[in-house]
Design a protein around this ligand. Structure first.
Ligand code: NI
Length: 264
């Protein structure tokens, strides 16, 4: 008997499975993800503690890899010693594939101050360049400053992904020109996602990657609940609809893109 199986290999390029909201069922969930076709998961550090937890998860699960870094909202009390620890984590663990998430977040005023965010963004870009690792960029309400720092630091030499992309089509083209991928998650399923839909239509499929930002940003119809990679099909189907292609094509291309992005 011939069994016709849909191609479904998914690369979840950005999740926080070390988050306490997964404490109760993390092991079950990560195994279920693998069974459901999520063959690669990139767990992303957001501070030193979660970067350490990322190393542990990557060492425990075959299909889990990681990025270590400090999120712009968490750099308020960062020190040079933290940079050293990030460096050692990356050097000592072959499954750490990127520095992130790093960047600028101006959503809350002065939290931390812009110059402090810029300093540690630059320092972590510097570290990524030293280690020859791609970067995972977090940027909210800070498009121009992010772009300027990335250009100053020649981020195009290392590449990476602009995760949970939320800016204009023009800006997306600029990031792509610098060799970056555009991360698309659950927001694409929201009713007010017109701008992101335009980006998904405009940017070629070979520059897009799928992500969740779990446990946050759960796609419709589960918006408000805890997110996980199990909901990635809702994101992929939305992209397929927008680009008028099959969902299999979306899975296939974004899987390859993810591997190129993280050099795996
Ligand atoms: Ni994130």
């Amino acid at each position: 008997m011939k069994i016709c199986r849909m191609f479904k290999m998914i690369f979840e390029t950005h999740g926080h499975y070390d988050d306490e909201r997964f404490d109760e069922d993390r092991d079950e969930l990560l195994k279920e993800c693998e069974a459901q076709g999520i063959k690669l998961i990139m767990n992303i550090g957001a501070d030193i503690k979660s970067s350490r937890a990322t190393v542990e998860l990557a060492n425990r699960y075959n299909h889990v890899y990681g990025a270590v870094g400090v999120h712009p909202s968490e750099v308020g009390d960062m020190t040079d010693k933290d940079i050293e620890e990030l460096e050692n984590m990356a050097l000592d663990n072959a499954k750490i594939k990127a520095i992130g998430e790093i960047g600028l977040d101006y959503y809350y005023d002065d939290n931390p101050p812009k110059d402090v965010q810029a300093h540690w963004f630059q320092a972590q870009l510097e570290l990524a360049k030293k280690l020859l690792l791609p970067v995972v960029i977090h940027s909210r309400d800070a498009a121009l400053d992010t772009m300027n720092i990335m250009k100053e630091m020649k981020a195009e030499e290392i590449g990476g992904v602009v995760h949970c992309y939320s800016y204009s089509v023009e800006m997306a083209r600029e990031f792509v020109k610098m060799g970056f991928y555009i991360g698309i998650g659950g927001v694409i399923t929201f009713a007010n996602s017109k701008k992101l839909r335009e980006v998904a239509l405009d940017i070629p499929l070979d520059r897009l990657v799928l992500e969740t930002d779990s446990p946050y940003l759960t796609p419709v119809p589960y918006r408000g609940k805890r997110n996980s990679a199990l909901y990635i099909p809702y994101i992929a189907e939305e992209i397929a609809k927008i680009k008028n292609i099959s969902v299999e094509e979306v899975y296939k291309a974004t899987f390859e893109n993810g591997k190129k992005l993280y050099r795996m």
